[in-house]
Write a protein that binds this ligand. Sequence first.
Ligand code: PMP
Length: 454
Amino acid sequence: KYTGPSYDDVRKIRDTNLNPALATHFSKPLLTHAGHMQWLYDHEGRRYLDLFAGIVTVSVGHCHEKVRLAAEAQMKSLWHTTNIYLHPKIHEYAERLIEKLPGDLKVVYFVNSGSEANDLAMTMARIYTGNFDIISLRNSYHGASPYTMGLTAHGTWKYKGLANGFGVHHVSNPDPYLGIWGGHRDSVIQSSRASESSVVDGVCSSADKYVGQLEETIKYSIPGKGVAAFFAESIQGVGGGVQFPLGYLKKAFELVRANGGLCVSDEVQTGFGRTGDHFWGFEGHGVVPDIVTMAKGIGNGFPLAAVVTTPEVARTMSGALHFNTFGGNPIASAVGVAVLDAIEEDNIQENCLNLGPYILTGLQAICNESSLVGDVRGKGLMLSIEMVVDKESRAPLEPQRMMGIWDDCKDLGVILGKGGLHGNVFRIKPPMCINKADVDFTLAVFKQVLSKYE
Ligand code: PMP
């Protein structure tokens, strides 16, 4: 039972003493009180199906017992020393995490957040290659630190007057629904514009066109064609779940490497089994990156993140000392190990693999009937619904109706995420322990709410 301060008191502190840049969700934000697996509870004891998982962060379930017990056990013996001594947990965790990665990706640096991870990846790539210029995709989100704010390509998350994009180039987003060339994607549901392209040997013809644009950027915008790195999410998260045309990432990686750059996969949202068919999103693209950054689901809500790279790239960091006070501390490492255990024991990846097509098929049926649903897409439990004014124009649904649908779903017990460049994409990225009954409930609620807004 909730015994804390009143809703109005909490709201007042939020409005007065917390920085206004911290936006809340919904017209009347939830006063959250407790969580259990896929469920969130508010101060009045109402239960919500949490399909946004604290922004794709609660991977195996709110307050997962195994993870909680691991943290508690570690808290009894040692909280913190920083990495200046040895400790068995960080070494156990490093070994366990590395087992999950392919190829020569064998050396990890633990940090605390996705922004820190991508900052470090930028630093590593610049040191290793001796180049400065970095490429990311329009519509991408890679963080909010001064370095990564430059990588991120959403104006919403940037401030005027900060020269944070220095040395970063944003190239055209290979978006099969809104991009200029359509495209086939790796999903059971294809974009309505898939027919504008063809697929030969697993490569979509639109991928070639987008890679052509990337090539032009390297050729005409980057001094001496010296690329330091190319960053991409495996499926865009904040950007609204955009999945790239088949073969795009593979060809982009080849091109970047041919121009001296490293390829970085940002697995902050797509890692840890979420895409279902693989443990890492990049594996679905048939690529092995030079650096992988991970955060969010890695700690099931505990602050933990990591940068994994090859021994060769890691070695260049030894030219100076690089320090991070909390990175991989004993509690974080104990949590990390327990999350990996839970993913295995609870068959998390398999659950994503099975539920993804089930949800998408249900969403496609709704899309066929509703004029407001332009596109449904994704893989595993990394899914998105693009809301439009009408299917022909594909113009983003206006904020009032987006907010109305979002609020109404919440009031009926379903918490959706929201994102996309124009804020018109609903995101379904729940704790990966949801089941078919949760999906049926979600589809019924969404369908009922939509009918009011047609
Ligand atoms: N990369 C991606 C793909 C993300 O979605 C985010 C956070 N939304 C980040 C990086 C930054 O992570 P953090 O907020 O932990 O700094």
